[in-house]
Ligand binder design. Structure first.
Ligand code: ATP
Length: 248
């Protein structure tokens, strides 16, 4: 639960008082045009950025008062996977498991299972410096799941994944959600939001412009057409006119 989250960069208001309440086991999408404030919002929710005021509570734990306890309950996958190139995939996963104090007897089993699930079983002992973007994403995903987080935040998770891997990720997130893990993801890809998310928020210029299920968004926007049309009408409309005048 987040209440009244504003974030200023100097005088610039990147996020202007966002209120969110996301239920256990829900897959929740954060949508919005470039620069809307999605990454800033996610970074506040995971404790990487301090909101100017407001409160964030994760699984009953206050992020500002008890940041370490709150962070122990979450995983965050940034849009660019950060890895140590001179570690193998397995070493990286074990390193992250150590940071989260996962009991050693669980680490081997869980890391083997997860690396295999993500199709990295036969590359587990290769240095990640030789991995493609999608493979790096998968290593970070495995590392994120190693401490069985209660809430997973993903910033643009499907960028760089091939269709099979994107589908795998979707299926895994749904299974995690069915078992009570909460999933919060930002995406530009409306088809993903529509297929994956139970509910979503559309942010524009740092403010919430709509929130709900796809059906509720249709009602709020008085639109019977696609999620794309709703998104465009709520966030300033398509750029057709501008394109036409530039190209003419
Ligand atoms: P995109 O879809 O393009 O990734 P976003 O919705 O994730 O965009 P943010 O990265 O949250 O948007 O940025 C929101 C606004 O805050 C933008 O106007 C951006 O320029 C500004 N901003 C983000 N980080 C900083 C920073 N460190 N310093 C100053 N301004 C910033």
């Amino acid at each position: 639960r987040a209440e009244g989250l504003p974030r200023l960069y100097g005088d610039f208001v990147a996020v202007d008082g966002i209120d969110l309440s996301i239920g256990r086991g829900e897959i929740f999408g954060v949508l919005g045009p470039n620069g809307a404030g999605k990454t800033t919002t996610l970074r506040m929710l995971v404790g990487l950025l301090r909101p100017s005021t407001g409160s964030i509570v994760v699984d009953g734990v206050d992020m500002v008062a008890r940041p370490q306890d709150a962070r122990a309950r979450i995983a965050f996958l940034p849009d660019t996977p950060y890895l140590y190139d001179k570690l193998t995939a397995r070493e990286f996963v074990h390193f992250v498991a150590g940071l989260y104090s996962v009991p050693p007897e669980q680490v081997d089993r869980r890391s083997d299972e997860l690396l295999t699930l993500f199709g990295l079983g036969d590359r587990a002992d290769d240095l990640v410096e030789g991995f493609s973007h999608g493979m790096r994403q998968k290593v970070v995903m495995v590392a994120a799941l190693i401490h069985a987080p209660k809430v997973i935040f993903l910033d643009e998770p499907t960028v760089g994944l091939d269709p099979r891997s994107a589908r795998l990720l979707r299926d895994i997130l749904r299974q995690l959600a069915d078992r009570g893990t909460t999933v919060v993801l930002s995406t530009h890809i409306l088809e993903i939001a529509e297929r994956m998310c139970d509910r979503m928020v559309i942010i524009d210029k740092g403010r919430v412009v709509a929130m709900g299920t796809v059906a509720e968004l249709h009602e709020q926007a008085h639109e019977t057409s696609s999620l794309e049309d709703i998104f465009l009408s709520l966030t300033g409309g398509p750029a057709d006119a501008a394109i036409a005048s530039v190209l003419s």
